[in-house]
Design a protein around this ligand. Structure first.
Ligand code: FUB
Ligand code: ZN
Length: 800
């Protein structure tokens, strides 16, 4: 029997349009949907505007121009002639962009956008197979589907096919669209695909037992259960969780090394992991299964205690886009995928909804203001996939990627942000985030309208006024952030090292009030009247942070924060090499408001020294004023150096090295990227396993002959050259080359091979030196034959 859809009022998308007290989501603390919160803030208003005016239109146009729509058209008319290209989850970028656009529609009705989405959905619907299966990477050419898809449905779903991942994003997008428009054209497609999966996957007779290779279907199916009331979707979500670790897939990369309820460490692919933890929270809330909750509590402790960047990023390593070992938090090579930051927000939000403690919002806020929004440029049109904490200029935001998971996740996350500001439990109203807004809340089934005014994160004054109150007495619970309470994160991973104590105060109608903090909240319980005003003041000063001694990458270094923002040093603000800086042991700070810079920000200035060498090679130190900007604002003014963890001990600095022939040369290469500067930056790995240095690579090219050239500043005599090869086995696509060779520019301007004395070595991450008969020349060429099945890369190429 077809179930009747629950009306929109009962529908929760956890930030969808459910009204608080209906709580079919099962969480003890109820979300306040983003549709109830009108953001009037300048900081977040700017981001929301950029999302509406740039990010989402851009993503739609990229879906169109990159052939993602075309894939659906092809699937509607399959042919053995189609070569299935791209990635088998390209369909999800379409779903995710529709999801973001649907959130916009709820706040900004737009007929044109609505009908554009309808036209896309018509194409999507036509691609669906009669039994509901919708996966263009197979349907367009079932005989020769995508390489990652397997020859039959679900054959590689635990590996790389992403069939369930596509389902998950489809369902999320479809629910958002249904809630925004009341139309079922997307929801029905998603229900048909979900039904197909529920029919074919399970423990019943004739069904296959499979779990998602990439999680998200767990969260999505739980939501589909809430929307439809159909128990089978919740059962399927639970089945996916409970079978994990029991099928043939049993590795840490996909969090299948143990049954989920036995896990206690965050491991493997960080996006997959966070989506799974969020799904566990949703299913736990709906089923009351506390074993899931105990597991995610343990995993959360592990993340915030050992695997969490100061910027709120997670997933330390590019190897498998994954969590690293405990305390493995490198800076330059930090992966910190934007999607993982979004996943981390999902997890912490849900843990708050389960436990009601402010520490989850402390983590959420840190991620949100730093490592998440760094993932999108201020104008909304450029994206980071990894969000490193240090750069030599090799990282720049891009308008789109072949693998576009991050931009399309930004599409759906930013418009949903207003839904994270408040929560309600019975007659308690939680003020969790600080941004100017007007919110229409349901408290004890009655309406309460609050207005929040603040310049946060630039200052710590927040005013909350009661505009309407039909409920009478209720408790307003204001989160006192960890950064005010002297706690960088809810663990000993980071600590303030400046000995300062910040304070806060709260007034009601101008009168100071006191409260013992409960779970991190300041509670004001009273019979509120229209016009009542709460004024909260948080002291906001620059703070110095040190990392746990076990975090090797941060030893001898400090980070600077102010309020919820982490700061960094970036090249355009400092006319010296910031990589050679040494921060004073007792730094004094000055803050400077820059209303016209990068959408308006507050800079921090502090005294420091830069270290270098004089002509005779003696160490020199000069006094400088170091300027810091918020981390999220970096990489908006061209390519160059950036650093979050600033050396404070001499052992951590890298004094500017004397120039070398290579560093003074003009570099060119067969594959032009912003990483070219890594080739002659004078930084080499410490050993074969050190991947923390910047590198240049030719990926995804393979089995071809590539080159790099140095054009010297003046004719020079050279007789030796050293290459440090980059190799990211087993996960990455680069290996040491098949072979390589050196050439010099001869007098006729041609390339002549050098007369090498020894062999051209290919040890990874180690010096491979070739001596040759000296030549007087203006340029050198490094010719590289890439491995047959992989690409190659270099950390450094030296010439002497
Ligand atoms: O596999 C789908 C998405 O692509 C993942 O979430 C990202 O990490 C990227 O690998
Ligand atoms: Zn991503």
């Amino acid at each position: 029997m077809k179930k009747k859809l629950l009306t929109a009022i009962f529908v929760s998308s956890l930030c969808g349009s459910m009204q608080a007290q209906d709580a079919p989501h099962g969480y003890p603390y109820s979300p306040v949907p983003f549709t109830s919160v009108k953001v009037t803030d300048s900081f977040w208003g700017q981001r929301l505007k950029a999302s509406r005016e740039v990010t989402i239109p851009l993503a739609f146009s990229k879906c169109e121009e990159s052939g993602r729509y075309e894939n659906f058209v092809k699937a509607a008319h399959p042919s053995e002639n189609y070569k299935v290209e791209g990635l088998p989850f390209d369909d999800t970028d379409v779903y995710k962009t529709i999801e973001g656009a649907s959130y916009l529609l709820q706040t900004y009705p737009d007929k044109k956008l609505k009908s554009y989405i309808d036209s896309v959905l018509a194409i999507v619907a036509a691609a669906q197979e009669p039994d509901g299966y919708l996966y263009t990477s197979r349907t367009m050419n079932p005989k020769r589907p995508h390489d990652w898809s397997g020859s039959r449905r679900w054959e590689k779903v635990e590996d790389l096919s992403h069939e369930f991942y596509n389902l998950g994003h489809m369902v999320e997008g479809a629910i958002a669209h249904y809630q925004a428009t009341g139309k079922r054209n997307f929801l029905d497609i998603a229900i048909r695909y979900a039904d197909c999966v529920c029919r074919e996957i399970g423990s019943g007779e004739g069904q296959l037992v499979r779990v998602p290779g990439h999680q998200i279907a767990e969260m999505a199916l739980a939501k589909l259960y809430i929307v439809t009331g159909d128990q089978k979707y919740l059962d399927e979500a639970k089945f996916f969780l409970d079978q994990r670790g029991h099928t043939s897939r049993r590795d840490a990369y996909s969090q299948a090394h143990k049954p989920v309820v036995e896990q206690d460490e965050a491991v493997g692919h960080a996006v997959r992991a966070t989506y799974m933890y969020a799904g566990m929270a949703d299913v736990a809330a709906l089923t009351g299964d506390t074993a899931y909750i105990h597991a995610i509590d343990r995993i959360w402790d592990n993340i915030v205690g050992k695997k969490y960047y100061i910027t709120g990023g997670i997933g330390a390593t590019a190897n498998g886009e994954a969590f690293g070992a405990n305390y493995e938090l490198p800076n330059m090579s930090a992966y910190c995928e934007t999607c993982a930051a979004i996943g981390n927000v999902y997890v912490n939000y849900r843990l708050f909804l389960l436990h009601g403690e402010s520490k989850y919002y402390d983590v959420l806020e840190r991620t949100l203001y730093n490592g998440l929004i760094s993932g999108v440029s201020l104008d909304g049109g450029g994206f980071f996939y990894p969000n490193p904490l240090e750069s030599r200029g090799q990282h720049q935001r891009q308008p789109w990627f072949g693998c576009a998971c991050c931009p399309s996740n930004i599409c759906r996350f930013i418009p949903s942000l207003p839904g994270y500001v408040y929560a309600v439990k019975d007659k308690d109203v939680y003020v969790n985030l600080f941004m100017s807004n007007e919110a229409n809340l349901e408290v004890g089934k009655k309406s309460v309208v609050l207005e929040q005014q603040t310049r946060y994160p630039w200052d710590g004054d927040v005013a909350v006024s009661v505009k309407k109150n039909k409920v009478g007495a209720f408790a307003m619970k204001i989160r006192i952030p960890g950064w005010v309470r002297g706690q960088v994160v809810p663990s000993d991973l980071y600590r303030y090292s400046d000995g300062k104590r910040l304070g806060y105060s709260v007034k009601v109608n101008g009168q100071p009030v006191e409260s013992e903090l409960q779970d991190g909240y300041f509670t004001i319980e009273r019979r509120w009247k229209k016009g009542d005003k709460v004024e909260v003041h948080f002291d906001m000063e620059p703070r110095v942070v040190k990392a746990h001694a076990k975090v090797e990458a941060d030893r001898g270094r400090v980070a600077v924060e102010r309020g919820p923002l982490v700061y960094c040093a970036e090249w355009p603000d400092n006319d010296f090499d910031i990589m050679s800086v040494l921060v004073n042991h007792r730094p004094q700070f000055e803050t400077v408001e820059k209303p016209d810079m990068l959408c308006g920000l507050t800079e921090i200035k502090t005294g420091a020294q830069v270290l270098g060498y004089d002509a005779e090679g003696r160490l020199t130190a000069s006094d400088v004023e170091l300027t810091l900007i918020p981390y999220y604002a970096w990489a908006h003014r061209g390519a160059g150096n950036m650093m979050v963890w600033l050396p404070q001990e001499v052992s951590a600095t890298s004094p500017s090295m004397p120039a070398t022939l290579a560093s003074e040369s003009r570099v060119d290469a067969s594959h032009k990227t912003t990483a070219l500067s890594a080739i002659n930056d004078r930084l080499v790995p410490v050993d074969e396993n050190d991947r923390s240095m910047a590198y240049y690579h030719w990926w995804p090219k393979k089995n071809s002959t590539e080159w790099i050239t140095y054009e010297f500043p003046k004719p020079s005599k050279v007789s030796s050259s050293t290459v440090y090869w980059f190799d990211d086995e087993p996960w990455g696509g680069c290996r040491v080359p098949q072979s390589w060779k050196l050439y010099y520019k001869d007098e006729q301007g041609g390339w002549t091979p050098v007369s090498a004395a020894g062999t051209y070595g290919t040890k990874k991450g180690m010096p491979n030196t070739v001596e040759f008969t000296p030549v007087q020349t203006t340029a050198m060429k490094l010719e590289v034959v890439l491995p047959k099945d992989n690409s190659a890369g270099v950390f450094e190429w030296e010439v002497e």
